[in-house]
Design a protein around this ligand. Structure first.
Ligand code: FRU
Length: 424
């Protein structure tokens, strides 16, 4: 019998492993892989909404694209509730931290536009209420398809379930701003299958989300990355020699790390439009290392595949740890083998003095990394924080072979276009 990969003319592959030994090399606060401190006096994009995951409009090759000179970003967005009795504490003050922590349950896709690649103006909601089939509109990717302004928004429809979906619309510009039209019919693409990717039935804490479609620069085919967990009942995974890697004496005990089963998934399109997809085995697994490899994405540079994914301290397995931030892996071909960047995988982590300052880093092909501000301490002990829900300062990275270096810091939410498309 042919494997899925063979049916689609794709070379069958073994997932690459992010091992416990690799993760033991993670060093928080290494200046070359640590995000500069974010000051607590940051500006906010909006007093009405929180924003977090930021998705720049781009083409299928990964280039961040403006239209008629307008930059466009999509963001996961939720209302702020400063006057809602539900979010007042016992002294009648707004409990912004609780409001912020509840945001995932009411996440909706919004867009913003700008002439300068920063100072974003509010565009509004992408889909009208009732269009998306589930409660939550979670992360994905807006793709500019052509110079007619057609946009395919791939995203995750969550609760009930988690389905990778797409909705087509159009970006329209005037001298004064940008609007989104259409985005009325959501097409379900696929869900976890329980054979390669874990389902909700196998694990109530499963992850299956964050589609990132792309055209492979080498074979020209349409693929999609996404976040998953390795299939199987929760607790049934084995953390064996391969997952442990080459650890020093005394580091063989894996504790309860079998519960951490993150992977970076990949699917190949059966058609040119990306309406019909076939899931393939994961590109990368982190069994015994970490439970979440979120928002996976690529930078194609120097003929190599730089695979980036965000992860958290709290999702690491027993005996390994690292900061919240973006991790990376590099290969000479799409299906690997992938090697962790900087030996460990860590590319840009939060400083240990401000462990939650930023998250959801997105590395663009020009080496710029955007992220959002989560919370920044306002006192010495770190017990008082200022909640962000806004764009963080952009960081500049140099990517060289198997290493990366932090080399620059830019303004808040600086996401300059790499290409401009004049709409017909
Ligand atoms: C990353 C993330 C995504 C998910 C979204 C939900 O910050 O966890 O994986 O789509 O946030 O709010």
């Amino acid at each position: 019998m042919k494997t899925n990969a063979e049916k689609f003319g794709v070379t069958p592959h073994q997932p690459s492993l992010w091992t416990r030994a690799d993760a033991l090399k993670v060093r928080a606060d290494d200046p070359t892989t640590t995000q500069p401190l974010v000051s607590a006096d940051f500006p906010v994009l909006s007093d009405d909404v929180f924003i977090w995951d930021t998705m720049p409009l781009r083409d299928l090759d990964g280039n961040v694209t403006s239209v008629d000179g307008w930059s466009v970003i999509f963001t996961l967005t939720a209302d702020r509730h400063p006057n809602d009795p539900q979010y007042l504490d016992e002294n009648g003050n707004y409990d912004i931290l609780r409001d912020w922590n509840d945001r995932h349950g009411r996440a909706k896709m919004y867009f913003w536009f700008s002439r300068t690649g920063k100072d974003w103006e509010f565009g509004g909601r992408v889909m009208a209420e009732g269009v998306s089939p589930t409660v939550r509109e979670w992360a994905g990717t807006p793709i500019l398809l052509n110079d007619r302004g057609e946009v395919d928004l791939y995203y995750t429809a969550v609760t009930p379930g988690a389905t990778i979906v797409k909705v087509r619309g159009r970006v329209v510009t005037t001298e004064h701003g940008v609007s989104m039209v259409g985005f009325e019919k959501v097409k379900p693409l696929f869900e976890a299958d329980g054979k390669m990717y874990q389902t909700e039935a196998q694990n109530a804490f499963w992850g299956f989300r964050d589609p990132w479609p792309f055209r492979d620069p080498k074979d020209g085919k349409l693929y999609m990355l996404f976040e998953g967990n390795v299939a199987g009942e929760r607790g049934s995974h084995k953390v064996g020699e391969a997952e442990i890697g080459d650890v020093p004496p005394g580091y063989e005990d894996v504790g309860n790390s079998r519960f951490q089963t993150a992977c970076v998934g990949i699917a190949v399109a059966r058609d040119a439009d990306g309406d019909d997809w076939e899931m393939l085995p994961p590109l990368l697994t982190a069994v015994g290392v970490n439970d979440q490899t979120e928002r996976p994405h690529f930078v194609f540079q120097d003929g190599k595949y730089y695979l980036f994914t965000i992860s958290h301290t709290f999702t690491y397995a027993d005996g390994v740890t690292g900061p919240d931030g973006v991790y990376g892996f590099v290969a000479d071909s799409l299906f690997g083998p992938y090697m962790p960047l900087n030996g460990s995988g860590l590319v840009l982590g939060n400083p240990s003095s401000q462990p939650f300052q930023t998250y959801s880093h997105y590395v663009m092909p020009n080496g710029l990394v955007t992220s959002f501000i989560d919370s920044v301490p306002t006192d010495e002990t770190g017990t008082q924080v200022r909640v962000g829900g806004t764009e963080a300062p952009t960081v500049g990275l140099k990517i060289k072979g198997q290493q990366t270096f932090v080399v620059a810091e830019y303004d808040y939410g600086y996401i300059p276009p790499m290409l401009d498309v004049t709409l017909k």
